[in-house]
Design a protein around this ligand. Structure first.
Ligand SMILES: *[C@@H]1O[C@H](CO)[C@@H](O)[C@H](O)[C@H]1NC(C)=O
Ligand SMILES: *[C@@H]1O[C@H](CO)[C@@H](O)[C@H](O)[C@H]1NC(C)=O
Ligand SMILES: *[C@@H]1O[C@H](CO)[C@@H](O)[C@H](O)[C@H]1NC(C)=O
Ligand SMILES: *[C@@H]1O[C@H](CO)[C@@H](O)[C@H](O)[C@H]1NC(C)=O
Ligand SMILES: *[C@@H]1O[C@H](CO)[C@@H](O)[C@H](O)[C@H]1NC(C)=O
Ligand SMILES: *[C@@H]1O[C@H](CO)[C@@H](O)[C@H](O)[C@H]1NC(C)=O
Ligand SMILES: [Zn+2]
Length: 426
């Protein structure tokens, strides 16, 4: 009945394995494709060494680089561009743990069947994609469960944590159809793209700059919900709506209502058991809560209708694109508002023919470089510790560590169904 496969179903599984609820994103080009994975709690101390880069000039990223082309010179240049982008992030954020990246530079056109596509009448080209390899459900300091990116969970320094995936960030960049510019190349040509800027942008998505909001029920998007999580036992399933850390800071213009509050109002289906997905979907689509989802969608396709609030900053998100594009809408700074500003980096599109350095200059030569003041404030809200790279002293401008606590997800056997209540949602 519903052509889209949209729900994540978890079978409550035998024995008392204490685990968090983890979702993996194996394909960086399909950000909306998530798989449930087993991630039991781990308390090993050696996994928890505190490396810390409070001392400057340490690259806190651990790059596994797969170069899928034969041009070794180009491979080397791409690798150097990665290292340069990693250093920019290492100078901006205090990491206690290395961030592992699985990055691939290859012909995406061949692997994915198409290089260019038409969006809103404009021919667009895929340059790359990246996202957190794994997200973990954590009870946030406001008592709400949200999916945290693994790279952030690592920095929190809890002794016990859900089993980590080998990589924190999966990234892929297209070797075909784009002419890249590198620092050692001299002047940039009008048709070239500074790959370092693209990499920096994508790594920030990988650190958690990504909403959960999407239409998980229709092929043509017309409503928005956070992740839909189903929990099965023999008599049926319960369904929850759960957002990402990013969504905690979103709110709606002009009412100022928080998206977190809207998600809370939507998440009222978990007390009822549904026989199957269609049963739940049908119920949801005809419920008053569905209006919340369609209202949210109308915000996502109207300019200046969704913001991120962090500290005193208001960041307008990208809500000008029609039709809605799950890869570009919402999870970016508004193009219209942030072009030629110091917060140019997280716009959904970049113009060719300009280097990262030139962008910084066009944005007013922000002292801390390409990671602009609003983005820095937001990364701080997410839970990262931000360093002041403009000053020479090695003090950080923030030492807050989010009070997020790990929630334990209990997997039980269906034969021990009477125990399930002790593992129900908290
Ligand atoms: C770097 O990544 C590789 C591959 O995943 C891993 O084997 C290694 O332990 C990592 N190093 C650190 C310091 O995390
Ligand atoms: C790294 O990413 C590539 C491309 O996304 C994927 O094919 C490969 O399996 C990944 N490697 C590991 C060790 O996960
Ligand atoms: C890691 O070490 C740094 C510097 O010594 C310290 O400021 C930070 O609080 C430590 N973090 C954790 C999670 O232990
Ligand atoms: C689930 O579907 C069945 C028919 O397939 C229907 O009788 C029942 O009322 C539905 N339950 C809910 C809660 O919608
Ligand atoms: C940004 O600045 C450039 C050069 O200063 C100018 O050509 C361009 O029109 C500006 N764009 C916007 C949207 O203001
Ligand atoms: C399945 O879980 C629901 C609560 O979500 C519970 O009321 C019901 O008794 C459980 N059924 C079985 C067979 O365990
Ligand atoms: Zn992006």
């Amino acid at each position: 009945m519903w052509s889209k496969s949209f729900l994540l179903i978890f079978i409550c599984n035998i024995t008392f394995i204490f685990a968090s609820l983890c979702l993996d994103r194996p394909d960086p080009l399909r950000l909306n494709y998530l798989e449930r994975v087993s991630c039991p709690m781990v308390t090993k101390n050696e996994e928890n060494k505190n490396y810390s880069n409070l001392k400057r000039n340490i690259n806190m990223f651990n790059l596994t680089f797969n170069c899928g082309i034969t041009d070794i010179t180009l491979c080397e240049k791409v690798k150097k561009a990665f290292e340069s982008a990693e250093q920019i992030l290492s100078d901006a954020i205090m990491f206690n743990q290395f961030v592992n990246i699985n990055a691939t530079f290859t012909n995406i056109c061949a692997a994915y069947g198409a290089c260019t596509s038409i969006n809103s009448g404009i021919e667009t080209q895929v340059i790359g994609g990246a996202g957190p390899s794994r997200v973990m459900m954590i009870k946030d300091d406001d008592g709400v469960n949200r999916f945290y990116p693994q790279s952030l969970v690592k920095q929190l320094g809890n002794k016990a944590h859900p089993k980590y995936s080998d990589y924190d960030i999966n990234a892929i960049f297209n070797s075909e159809g784009v002419s890249y510019w590198f620092k050692e190349d001299g002047n940039i040509r009008a048709d070239q793209v500074d790959l370092e800027m693209v990499i920096l942008h994508e790594l920030i998505h990988g650190l958690g700059f990504l909403t959960s909001l999407n239409d998980y029920m229709h092929d043509t998007p017309q409503e928005l919900t956070p992740y839909v999580i189903g929990i099965i036992n023999t008599s049926g399933s319960n369904y929850h709506f759960i957002g990402a850390t990013f969504d905690k800071y979103m709110s709606v213009v002009p009412t100022g209502q928080s998206v977190s509050d809207i998600i809370k109002q939507m998440d009222v289906f978990s007390d009822v058991q549904y026989a199957n997905q269609d049963n739940f979907t049908t119920t949801f689509l005809s419920s008053p809560q569905y209006n919340l989802a369609t209202d949210l969608f109308s915000k996502a396709i109207n300019p200046n209708s969704l913001t991120l609030l962090s500290g005193d900053d208001t960041i307008f998100l990208e809500t000008s694109l029609t039709p809605f594009n799950s890869k570009s809408s919402i999870s970016h700074f508004s193009y219209q508002k942030h072009t030629n500003t110091s917060d140019f980096l997280m716009r959904f599109a970049i113009e060719r023919g300009k280097t990262l350095k030139q962008y910084v200059k066009m944005g007013g030569n922000y002292a801390n470089g390409p990671i602009g003041p609003k983005l820095r404030a937001f990364l701080k809200s997410l839970g990262y510790t931000i360093l002041d790279s403009a000053s020479n002293d090695q003090t950080s401008i923030s030492t807050t560590i989010s009070k997020a606590e790990l929630i334990i997800w209990c997997m039980l056997t269906i034969s021990l169904s009477n125990i399930i209540t002790s593992c129900l949602w908290k």
